[in-house]
Every structure is written in structure tokens, then in C-alpha cells.
Design a protein. Structure first.
Length: 263
């Protein structure tokens, strides 16, 4: 299993789409650090002038988690099956004495790890971009804790770091089901473009379902993209459990489909 995981991680970081995604997520925070009209990203009254580098991770995650990160994740997870089918490398692998379940399980583990990789690179880029603002104690908030960017008084650097790490982790959890879903579509379609399109179309339709009755809203994955915001902490435990159920469910369906798919 460790050999398969090592192989899948080498494939992951060798893919051009992944390298592009990592480059974009690393460099994009530089834009927010020097953007003169940053207030245009927020509703009136939400934005404040940046006073600390600890605030940039929130800006970076907030602006990328709705579209950019799901797109990168959908393409990568779909490519894990589609690219191998296109290159003819998946069938020879399955002809070896390797259990199919272990093959797809290794791909699933790598797929659901990828959101955290993207977010860690986003965090790294944000911290680099925030160096001119400094990382000491400051008056305000990180955007990932009480009071949002305005804060509730003086915030220490240690507390700010804790809020940033916690928010980054929660953002990764909210994106895990997207990776598992894209992998499932990859198995069903055996084509990168079709699987990525199906994943993104599903997310778009879920966004449109915001007009449906309130009882339907908890089952929509897109409603959890802002799990990292402090306003969602009251139902955090329930939301995390639901996202894990989605991830495990899509993962089990992927294993079931892969075991029976003729590749």
C-alpha cells in the first residue's frame, strides 16, 4: 500500500495541471497584498484596511474557495483516472498481482489530501505576501476568528496563528468531498474532461438549488465552502461529520465502481 501511495504522490506532483495549480495558489496572494481596491471583494462594512500579514490567509482562502480551488481539485481528481486511461498505463497496472481495491484506495487518499496541499501552498504564499505588514500583535482580527477582520481588540501573534491554521484545516475538510466526487466521476466516465465537467456542473447546480426550501440546503456541498468562517462555528461539529460522511460515501462508491469497471 505504501508503494502505491508513493507512486500516486509522484504522479500527482508530476502532473502539469497540479504544478500550475500550485504556482497559482502560491502567487495569487501577492495580488491581495497590494490590491488598491480590496474592499470590492466584500459586502459593505465587511472589509477593512489590512494591518497585519495574519489577515492575508483569510483573504486568499475566501477569494479562491468558491471557484478556483474546486476547479483545480476537480481537474486533478478526474485526471487520476482519465489521464492513465488515455496514456494506456492503467490497464497494465491492473494486470499485475495488485488488488484493485488498494489501487483505487491509494488514489482516493491522494485525492482527498490534495485540497490540504493546495491550501498549505495558499497559506505559504499568503504568509510570504504578508511579510511587509508584519506578524506581531495587532488591533483587529484574522477574519478566521471572532469579529472577522475587525476583531475584538488586540490579537496576539500566537492566537492569530492558531486561527489561521484552524481555518485552513476547516477549508480543507470542506473540499474533501469534491475530490472524492471527481474521482468517482473519473471512474464512471474514464475521461478527464468529462469527469471534471460533471463535477463542476454538479457544484453549479447545487449553487442554483439555493432557491429550494431550507430543508434541502444542508445536503448541498456548496453550502459548506465557508465552513472556515467564524459565523459557522455553532454547527461546526455537525457540518464536519456530514462532510466526512459525504467523503466516505463517494469514496466507497468509487471503490465499488472501480472494482466492476472494465478499463
Amino acid at each position: 500500500m505504501l508503494t502505491l501511495l508513493s507512486l500516486e504522490f509522484r504522479k500527482l506532483f508530476g502532473a502539469r495541471s497540479v504544478r500550475l495549480a500550485l504556482l497559482v495558489t502560491l502567487l495569487l496572494p501577492l495580488l491581495w497584498a497590494f490590491a488598491p481596491r480590496l474592499d470590492q471583494l466584500f459586502a459593505p462594512g465587511q472589509a477593512v484596511a489590512l494591518v497585519s500579514g495574519w489577515q492575508l490567509p483569510f483573504i486568499s482562502i475566501f477569494t479562491s474557495i468558491q471557484f478556483l480551488l474546486p476547479l483545480f481539485i476537480a481537474v486533478m481528481a478526474a485526471e487520476m483516472i482519465g489521464a492513465e486511461v488515455a496514456h494506456g498505463t492503467l490497464a497494465p497496472l491492473l494486470l499485475r498481482p495488485v488488488d484493485r481495491t488498494r489501487v483505487i484506495l491509494s488514489k482516493l487518499i491522494v485525492a482527498i489530501t490534495y485540497p490540504f496541499v493546495l491550501l498549505l501552498v495558499t497559506l505559504l504564499g499568503s504568509l510570504i505576501a504578508g511579510l511587509p505588514l508584519g506578524y506581531g500583535n495587532f488591533q483587529g482580527g484574522t477574519g478566521l476568528g471572532a469579529g472577522g477582520l475587525v476583531g475584538v481588540g488586540t490579537l496576539t501573534s500566537e492566537a492569530a496563528l492558531g486561527e489561521v491554521l484552524r481555518g485552513t484545516l476547516l477549508a480543507g475538510v470542506s473540499l474533501m468531498p469534491i475530490a472524492a466526487l471527481a474521482l468517482l466521476f473519473g471512474i464512471l466516465y474514464l475521461n478527464t474532461a468529462a469527469a471534471a465537467l460533471a463535477t463542476f456542473a454538479t457544484l453549479i447546480v447545487m449553487r442554483l438549488f439555493v432557491v429550494l426550501p431550507q430543508a434541502i440546503q444542508p445536503v448541498l456541498l456548496t453550502n459548506y465552502f465557508q465552513l472556515f468562517l467564524p459565523s459557522n462555528q455553532d454547527t461546526l461539529g455537525k457540518d464536519v461529520i456530514l462532510l466526512l460522511i459525504y467523503t466516505v460515501g463517494f469514496g466507497l462508491l468509487s471503490i465499488f465502481a472501480f472494482d466492476r469497471r472494465d478499463v
